[in-house]
Design a protein around this ligand. Structure first.
Ligand code: KG4
Ligand code: ZN
Length: 342
């Protein structure tokens, strides 16, 4: 069973072929980082236009690399949302056209649910057992889920304001570091002490709710008080302190969720889960408590279409066939405000 996945929710044009819902045969990603970098963030109109240019070559390459001509694909899965509306429309309309022309079944997939379920695509490793916990931490979301069963994500806590990735991106912009900010902060922080600058960790002592906007404000205040642009040493120390504050919050909340629910296995998903410091500290904290952590290869952490094809296989042909995922040619995209993970 081979499913073609298409993902265009933000600034990556991605297509992939996944076999039997588990084996990634191809995973092609065209990143728009270079064209958005001068703006220090994603410009929606620029993103949509680049998806239009890239969608055909990217899908074509994914099929070729998988050794799977279109007529041998069994179904098509596409990201329905959340995301930028203009970007989503390119992928969805392209997928609808393909489905109409080939007669293949089509399914619309929730981007966040796909991030969480990407852990089932990791080769040579036992997938997580149900129930497990998932920290989905990306540019648009920071949420903790108890994944009771496929398709059953119970949200335990989330950020009340900015997503962690968004905070990384904004902090990097304030520090004059290049977009995308997460990677820049991680690089700048390398080898620097984490306690040279004191930054807040909201709600650390209790609950599973999170907040990252105060951290951003504290960073702005610190920079204002410096009264000069930070030199490379100061930039490194600020980046290290900022990264540590975000990691402290994410590790503390995830461990608390694991303790409160008694769940033994934890998945780290989404773009920010590519962060090395987060991976190390989360692994150390969870393993100390005897829990098992599932870390994904970086290509499955950040936006990709393999996760869409993998989850799409479940909704089209697997244990979620007939479940509540919006499906078929009548599907509409949804934006962040209009919909979301159940
Ligand atoms: O999952 P993703 O690719 O797209 C969304 O669904 O949002 O996540 C992108 C986010 C960006 O905010 C980016 O700065 C962050 O993930 N990110 C990182 C790292 N790599 C990407 N944040 C911290 N450290 C990283 N190494
Ligand atoms: Zn994402």
């Amino acid at each position: 069973m081979r499913v073609l996945g298409i993902e265009t929710s933000c600034d990556e044009t991605a297509a992939a072929v996944v076999e039997d819902g588990r084996r990634v045969r191809s995973n092609v990603i065209h990143s728009q980082v270079a064209i958005h970098a001068p703006f220090r963030g994603v410009v929606p109109e620029v993103a949509s236009r680049d998806h239009l240019r890239q969608i055909v070559p990217v899908v074509d390459r994914a099929l070729r690399e998988a050794g799977t001509p279109l007529d041998q694909v069994d179904g098509i899965a596409v990201t329905l949302g959340p995301g930028l509306i203009g970007s989503l429309l390119v992928g969805i309309q392209f997928a609808k056209g393909l489905a109409l022309a080939t007669g293949k079944p089509l399914v619309g997939i929730d981007h966040l649910e796909a991030h969480v379920m990407a852990s089932f695509l990791v080769p040579d490793r036992e997938p997580p057992a149900f129930p497990h916990l998932a920290l989905a931490v990306s540019g648009g979301h920071t949420s903790l889920y108890r994944v009771a069963a496929p398709g059953r994500l119970e949200r335990l806590g989330k950020t009340r304001d900015d997503a962690a990735g968004e905070a990384f991106d904004k902090a990097a912009a304030m520090l004059g570091l290049p977009y995308p900010g997460g990677v820049s902060i991680e690089r700048a922080a390398e080898g620097h002490r984490t306690d040279a600058v004191t930054l807040p960790r909201p709600f650390l002592k209790e609950g599973l709710e999170m907040s990252f906007s105060g951290l951003k404000t504290a960073l702005r205040r610190h920079l204002e008080m410096l009264r000069h642009p930070p030199d490379p040493q100061e930039t490194g120390e600020i980046a290290a302190a900022f990264q540590e504050a975000v990691v402290d919050v994410l590790v503390t909340k995830t461990c608390r969720a694991a303790q409160e629910t008694g769940v033994q296995e934890v998945v780290l998903a989404g773009g920010v889960s590519a962060n090395r410091r987060l991976r190390e500290r989360m692994a150390e904290a969870l393993e100390r408590e005897g829990r098992r952590i599932h870390l994904l290869p970086l290509s499955l952490c950040t936006d990709n279409a393999a996760m869409i094809a993998g989850l799409g296989t479940r909704y089209l042909f697997g244990d979620l066939a007939g479940a509540q995922a919006p499906r078929g040619l009548e599907m509409e995209p949804y934006t962040r405000a209009g919909g979301g993970t159940r």
